[in-house]
Design a protein around this ligand. Structure first.
Ligand SMILES: Nc1ncnc2c1ncn2[C@@H]1O[C@H](COP(=O)(O)OP(=O)(O)OP(=O)(O)O)[C@@H](O)[C@H]1O
Length: 391
């Protein structure tokens, strides 16, 4: 566990970057520091590995004040990933990753074997191992940066805007990769970003910081979205807070219709006279192909000859209500196709079922918000107070 105990950082010119920060970063989870530019995220992060020392207060790593440990020893247990990877430009990829193990005294061969294993683990083609950083894309370089930080198997990982220099698609895949790795490795990760979407996707807990280095709120993402502590947090979370909250409502409870799918080999006659406007057509393996409008079916033949409209899918056991809604919005039918992990259609979630789920989710949100008001009295002072206390 990492503990910030009333930490203040005042730079020599008088700038207070972090002001009386108290919070705990639990072992084995991802804690995200998020906030606008200049709110003290990087300064806070760097006080963990002693790139910066606090002016007042203490940062404790498993109960030990980090300023009592010499920086090289401390950093052996703390991986560090920065924006644009920060790779050594004149070293090959494999040597970039093997650097820290070699510094720790591993022999060259063992260090390189470990580097190759890690490159594979972060989803990088090991064929790239003998290239130089400039020969890799931004996303590939970030993966190398993560592999390098993991090389000495440190229990703690500090990540400072590691994915902000890559395009949104690569960024999403790097985020997914990090979550996949974390499910295996259970590192204690402190992740800095200014992007609230990234924060709620990655964080087990999210600390929202305000310029001047004040902690505005510390909560799990679902609570943060449901109960912003004050006007600053609400504004920072943005307009589509309601939609984002749906990411934390499981799709598993959505009712399925099994009678709205039809094999592509079926005779169109089997669908004639149905009151259903749309049927989901599936291939022989059960994979969705598209939606058939029953009003325009030909006289005879199979569904092979029927023009199909676009569709969207979601994995019912794993995905959220937001994913289900997105799947429905991708199709003119307004319905979502639920699939299993291997992509086979399990059934259809109709827009009526989605409507009902949205109403329930909205009621739940109002209930939680209502509880906030009841708990904390009028206005938002209570929430702000709670956040300021780091609760
Ligand atoms: N060496 C320094 N000397 C003086 N002021 C500094 C120094 N480093 C940072 N600051 C100031 O401290 C404040 C916090 O900076 P910090 O880099 O921690 O913010 P941040 O939240 O990480 O910002 P960004 O998202 O823009 O990277 C800012 O006002 C910044 O200008």
């Amino acid at each position: 566990m990492i503990t910030f105990d009333r930490v203040t950082k005042r730079y020599p010119d008088g700038t207070v970057a972090v002001d009386d920060l108290s919070l705990e970063v639990p072992t084995g989870g991802i804690t995200v520091f998020v906030g606008p530019s200049g709110c003290g995220k990087t300064t806070s992060l760097r006080m963990i590995n002693r790139m910066i020392d606090p002016s007042e207060g203490r940062v404790l790593l498993d109960g030990v004040d980090v300023t009592t440990v010499d920086p090289p020893t401390l950093r052996r247990g703390i991986g560090y990933v920065i924006q644009q990877a920060g790779l050594f430009p004149h070293r090959k990829i494999v040597d970039n990753v093997a650097t820290v193990p070699q510094l720790l005294g591993w022999d060259r061969r063992k260090a390189r074997d470990r580097a190759m294993e890690l490159l594979e683990r972060v989803g990088l083609d090991t064929g790239l191992a003998n290239r130089y950083p400039f020969q890799l894309s931004g996303g590939q370089q970030q993966r190398v940066g993560v592999a390098r930080a993991l090389a000495a198997d440190p229990p703690v990982l500090l990540m400072d805007e590691p994915f902000s220099a890559v395009d949104p698609i690569v960024r999403a895949s790097l985020q997914d990769e990090l979550l996949r790795l974390q499910a295996e490795l259970h590192k204690t990760i402190v992740f800095v970003t200014h992007d609230i979407d990234e924060a709620v996707k990655l964080g087990d807990r999210v600390a929202v910081l305000q310029v001047g280095g004040h902690l505005a709120q510390l909560d799990d993402p679902a609570t943060l979205l449901a109960r912003p502590a004050d006007g600053f947090v609400r504004e920072f979370l943005g307009r589509d807070r309601g939609i984002r909250r749906l990411s934390f409502v499981p799709g598993a409870g959505l009712g399925l219709r099994g009678d709205l799918t039809v094999p592509v080999s079926a005779d169109v006659a089997s669908a004639r006279g149905t009151a259903e406007p749309w049927l989901a057509v599936v291939d022989p393996d059960g994979g969705p192909l598209g939606w058939a409008a029953t009003a325009g079916l030909p006289e005879s033949g199979t569904f092979e000859a029927v023009p199909l409209a676009p569709y969207g899918t979601f994995v019912r056991d794993r995905d959220s209500l937001r994913a289900a809604l997105d799947a429905a919005l991708l199709s003119p039918s307004g319905n979502a196709i639920a699939v299993d992990d291997s992509g086979r259609a399990e059934g259809v979630v109709t827009r009526e079922v989605l409507d009902e789920a949205l109403v329930l989710a909205a009621r739940e949100a109002s209930r939680v918000a209502g509880e906030t008001r009841a708990d904390e009295g009028p206005g938002e002072a209570g929430g702000a107070r709670e956040a300021a206390d780091g609760r």
